[in-house]
Design a protein around this ligand. Sequence first.
Ligand SMILES: [Zn+2]
Ligand SMILES: [Zn+2]
Length: 94
Amino acid sequence: MSSISKPVFFTFKPPACPVCGKPAYSRGGVHPQCAVSRADKARQPKAEPRKPKAVAPSPWKKTCPRCNRQVAARRFACDCGHTFERTAAAAAGG
Ligand SMILES: [Zn+2]
Ligand SMILES: [Zn+2]
């Protein structure tokens, strides 16, 4: 009695990594590092729509509260007759 059993050669084909396409022997069929990179790609930050930038007033000009006209900052009086207070525009900022 002799039972000859051939060694079984079953071609084990590892699943191809869906990220890099190379055979992945790890669980899930995805390389851990590939899974991470894929998760990164899937979680791309949404690009926020750019808000229209408001027209910034020129630092060299100030707006006359009376006639709403742009007046040179160094001027202390507007053409309309409005006189600006002494609080210089230099105080602006911060
Ligand atoms: Zn991979
Ligand atoms: Zn004015």
